[in-house]
Design a protein around this ligand. Structure first.
Ligand code: TRH
Length: 396
């Protein structure tokens, strides 16, 4: 609770501008739910694309301007939206910006709301020094704070539901829960001796070469591919055209299962059910770390290849404490998957990913133990919504 005499946070407004893909909505929605469940205040999410939120959380109706879902007031952020009075704390998701008239109302409110910009996740070393810094608005009597998620204490931490580890551990312990998950999708559970991998990426990942390595591998590999950019290279590899969700494609040691785009809760279960998770962007990248399984990250490509700095910054912290051989194999495959021939060049199909996978998968057991240790260590950075609420309690 806030100190005696300090303002108590009664309501939050989270603004989410969907730039592209799912991650902006995914993270802002998770934050809104966490604030509502962890702090009990009134939480509104203002989002400019309800369709994307509906894909992640089907209980959200895409056509409603206002609705209450999972303890959160879901509000369509339209040009003529009635924002009413500004909240005690206003979160600008990923610096997407706030409506001008809402900003004016904030400046006219007493006491002033607290204005937070939720930044993108990065493992780069400069993040901790920038976390929590204020910046004055050039014209209005307003100040905003930059809130950086992160992997270590001294940053904002990562979003994590209170029961996440317990649900994950139960699911990973109980074969019948995993079997039920696969059967609900129309598939038998993969055989125990097979490697199960989930594949979610952007176009441009080294999918074809990796499929080829899986098909020629010594171990059976079941690849679960939700609808998305990975589908095109998968269909090209098998010489088929959109066989549809629920279908199975086989070649050599490889079995590919075509999945629909799953609601976030089911996607979490997919991550928990697999031995390897190929993820992308920010939210699936974090969820795969909470899944405590080896992961491969397709980073959101940026101009001037600045994303490579971010990719290597994460590999540096993730591989700390890992023996040199598995660490080198992981780095080499992550680079190949992200389209680098290892010397920073972008490779098309120059046969890097295949050999890199054959060098990596024998370390699966060691990398699983490492992923379990990493997930436990992440919790030490604290939970993002709790850290944010405490940050605001101290400043309101
Ligand atoms: O969709 P993304 O590429 O979003 C990206 C990133 O957030 C990136 O940081 C941002 O700059 C860019 O958008 C604009 O990847 P991300 O972050 O993993 O979000 C995907 C969400 O979709 C995540 O919550 C997992 C979820 N998901 C499902 O719910 N079901 C599925 O079947 C799949 C494959 C994903």
């Amino acid at each position: 609770m806030a100190g005696a005499g300090k303002a108590v946070i009664r309501c939050w407004d989270v603004f989410c501008r969907v730039v592209d893909n799912y991650g902006d909505a995914a993270v802002c929605w998770r934050l809104a739910q966490q604030l509502a469940s962890a702090r009990g205040g009134a939480v509104r999410i203002w989002i400019d694309n309800l369709e994307v939120l509906h894909a992640l959380f089907p209980e959200v109706a895409p056509g409603k301007s206002r609705q209450r879902v999972a303890g959160v007031e879901v509000c369509a952020w339209t040009q003529d939206a009635d924002f009413e009075a500004p909240a005690d704390v206003v979160v600008d998701g990923f610096g997407g910006g706030l409506p001008e008239r809402y900003l004016e109302a904030m400046a006219g409110r007493s006491p002033r709301p607290l204005w937070i910009t939720l930044e993108y996740l990065s493992a780069e070393s400069w993040v901790a020094g920038h976390h929590g810094l204020p910046s004055r608005h050039p014209r209005l009597a307003l100040e905003r704070y930059f809130f950086f998620p992160g992997f270590f204490p001294g940053t904002g931490g990562l979003l994590r539901e209170a029961d996440l580890e317990a649900r994950r551990d139960e699911f990973q312990r109980q074969a019948d829960l995993r079997a039920r998950f696969w059967r609900n999708l129309g598939f038998a559970p993969p055989l125990p001796e097979a490697i199960a991998a989930s594949v979610f990426c952007y176009s441009g990942a080294a999918v074809a070469e990796t499929l080829d390595a899986w098909a020629s591998g010594v171990k059976a590999l079941v690849a679960a591919v939700p609808r998305g950019p990975a589908r095109a290279p998968v269909e090209a590899f098998f010489g088929v055209v959109d066989p549809g969700d629920g279908k199975v494609l086989r070649r050599g040691s490889l079995e590919v299962r075509l999945l629909p785009f799953l609601p976030q809760r089911r996607y979490d279960e997919l991550l928990w059910a697999c031995d390897w998770n190929f993820v992308r962007g920010e939210d699936s990248f974090v969820r795969a770390q909470w899944a405590a399984r080896p992961l491969v990250w397709h980073i959101y490509p940026q101009q001037a290849r600045t994303h490579w700095v971010k990719l290597d910054a994460f590999l540096d912290v993730y591989c700390a404490g890992l023996e040199s051989e598995p660490a080198a194999a992981l780095r080499a495959f992550w680079h190949a998957w992200n389209g680098s021939g290892g010397n920073g060049t972008v490779h098309a199909a120059n046969g890097v990913a295949g050999p890199a996978w054959h060098a990596l998968w024998p370390h699966s057991l060691r990398l699983r133990k490492h992923a379990e240790t990493w997930a436990a260590r992440l919790a030490a950075a604290g939970e993002l919504a709790e850290n944010l609420a405490r940050f605001c309690d101290e400043r309101l």
